[in-house]
Design a protein. Structure first.
Lengths: 266, 310
């Protein structure tokens, strides 16, 4: 795997940095501070993990990066320039997202063909036919899937379509929001391997959110542990595998996942 | 599955139901064919569809089907108020010696025109207002929906009456009045559907491709609201026909001598005790057509409901 060579390169070249990010949701008088002062940087070509239990704000960080959640404080910097708010079309060409639930992320009345051709039309890409076929090929779905509807596909196939949709705009950064947690264990590995291969081939940068430490240790060079909307600690993959956690929370998290991660080959 | 490679589909049916469509057209036609198969299984819906189709065919071929002129009567001395099954007059004649069957046949054209125009005017207004309000939320939602509530607060026939009174009596003005008063339920329905779709991942994903709000509403939200609105419109058709007939009955819709069914009932009510058929025959026609639309709408709801069948 190309992971280790990349992690050395990353330290010099930062593609995305999040500084003191705050996300607060307001509903009437109630206020929920979902993310409280989270900072991290992601190097080019790196795969960065964010882990934490449900409600720790890890998905909200991703949604804030791509503009789906309102940021109430802090900065998000892409390639040295702060991201404009609202996000412009150029931003979406560089940053794409894959959602957690492949059953909810595809329009039930659109064929795979129109799912894939829409981003091309919006962003004004040429050679659309070729690109669609190529994207399907790359995620391991043949031409035969092109004119099907989502309800004619399995969960794993749907998630491949979602990956193809994110890839078709040739972005540099892909935000992965628990991309495998809605899938069966056997399909999970397939999709993870697909993501790994695509990153190696295209030099993509990933930010992967997961509650599954096994997935994160398989995919990511570095990871951030979050709890109650705050960053608890940052670990390298080596430290994670050697169980060298500094804080009590991470130790508990590691302990809780032990039975599971032991089965996953390094 | 070897179906992927077979070159010659076994007939049109197999081509339509293929799990591996090879073109946009085949995918779309296949989807429509599946909907049709589901609808065909519901015999009540098929009865409704048959009635609606019959209405359309009768309207198209009215001049060939009608035995007499619907406006010019026969001899007033011999052919006035003839009972049903009289020789030459299957459903009898009215007080001006006009053949009731011929008037009913020509009346289908007016009924169909009312129904079609109201659907064409009211549905897009309702969809536009509802999806816009639901998608944007906030003050846009408040302004649009409070306006909808205001329109909705008036009883439909009363509001239509007021409009017709202001615009002047006539079938065209009746159509406009009915259309203006019938869009609010579609707006409410479309808004409710939009609210359930708005925060879904597939809309977020489209937004993340840089799509504009107009594009998201038109290409992603409207198609999903469409089926429930179509069902609602079909079910409302009966009500629209009745409102048009009601306006005709009150003398504010179609004007004499137009053979509009509501106006025919109004004309026949003076003879209801002795010559019951003059008012009853158009009443039966309204009843059958309303029933047809209701049955069809019910069947469509089962088939098109986006939550029922994915």
């Amino acid at each position: 795997m190309t992971g280790t060579e990349m992690s050395e390169k990353t330290m010099t070249d930062t593609v995305l940095s999040v500084e003191n990010l705050e996300v607060t949701f307001r509903a009437g008088l109630e206020e929920v501070r979902a993310v409280r002062g989270v900072s991290f940087t992601v190097g080019r070509g790196e795969s960065y993990g964010i882990v934490g239990e449900s409600g720790s704000g890890k998905s909200t960080v991703l949604r804030a990066i791509c503009g789906l959640a309102p940021t109430s404080g802090g900065r998000i910097v892409l390639d040295g320039a702060p991201i404009p708010a609202p996000r412009d079309a150029a931003f979406y060409r560089r940053v794409q997202m894959v959602f957690q639930d492949p059953y909810a992320s595809l329009h039930p009345r659109h064929t795979i063909d129109s799912v894939l051709s829409e981003p091309l039309a919006i962003q004004g890409f040429d050679r659309r036919e070729e690109r669609i076929e190529q994207a399907l090929e790359e995620v391991g779905l043949g031409k035969g899937f092109r004119f099907r509807y989502p309800h004619q596909l399995s969960g794993g196939q749907r998630q491949r379509v979602a990956v193809a949709r994110a890839l078709i705009l040739e972005p540099e950064v892909i935000l992965l929001d628990e991309p495998t947690s809605a899938l069966d264990a056997s399909i999970q590995a397939e999709v993870l391997n697909l993501l790994d291969r695509l990153r190696a081939e295209r030099g993509l940068t990933y930010i992967l959110v997961s509650h599954d430490l096994a997935v994160v240790s398989h995919m990511c060079e570095r990871l951030l542990v979050m709890q109650h909307g705050q960053a608890v600690e940052e670990l390298t993959r080596g430290a994670l595998r050697a169980r060298q956690a500094q804080t009590d929370y991470t130790k508990t998290l590691l302990k809780a996942s032990e039975g599971y991660s032991a089965e996953v080959p390094a | 599955m070897s179906a992927l490679t077979h070159t010659e589909p076994r007939g049109t049916r197999a081509w339509l139901l293929s799990d591996h469509p090879t073109s946009r057209r085949q995918a779309r036609l296949g989807q429509s064919y599946r909907t049709w198969l589901a609808l065909r299984g519901n015999w009540l819906a098929m009865v409704g569809l048959a009635i609606v189709l019959a209405l359309v065919l009768v309207a198209i071929f009215a001049p060939w089907l009608a035995p007499y002129n619907p406006i010019l009567g026969q001899d007033l001395n011999t052919a006035r108020l003839l009972p049903p099954l009289s020789p030459g007059h299957l459903l009898g004649t009215d007080d001006l010696a006009r053949d009731i069957l011929s008037r009913l046949i020509y009346g289908t054209r007016l009924t169909l025109m009312v129904v079609a125009l109201v659907a064409v005017i009211a549905t897009p207004i309702g969809l536009l207002v509802g999806t816009t309000a639901g998608y944007f939320g906030g003050w846009v939602d408040t302004v649009l929906m409070r306006f909808t509530d205001v329109v909705l607060a008036f009883p439909r026939l009363i509001l239509a009456l007021a409009f017709v009174a202001a615009l002047g009596p006539g079938i065209e003005n009746a159509i406009i009045a009915i259309a203006i008063t019938s869009w609010p339920p579609y707006a409410r329905l479309a808004r409710a559907e939009t609210l359930t779709i708005r925060d879904s991942d597939f809309i977020a994903a489209t937004r993340l491709q840089g799509a504009s709000s107009v594009r998201i509403i038109w290409k992603h939200v409207v198609p999903l609201c469409m089926s429930s609105v179509i069902v609602r419109v079909t079910l409302d058709m009966a009500g629209i026909i009745l409102t048009a007939a009601g306006l005709g009955f009150l003398g504010l819709g179609a004007q004499p001598p137009q053979p509009e069914w509501g106006a025919m009932i109004a004309g026949g009510r003076r003879f209801l005790i002795d010559q019951w058929w003059v008012a009853t025959m158009p009443g039966i026609a309204i009843f059958i057509v309303s029933l047809g639309f209701n049955l069809l709408g019910d069947g469509l709801r089962d088939v098109l409901d986006p939550k029922g069948r994915k």
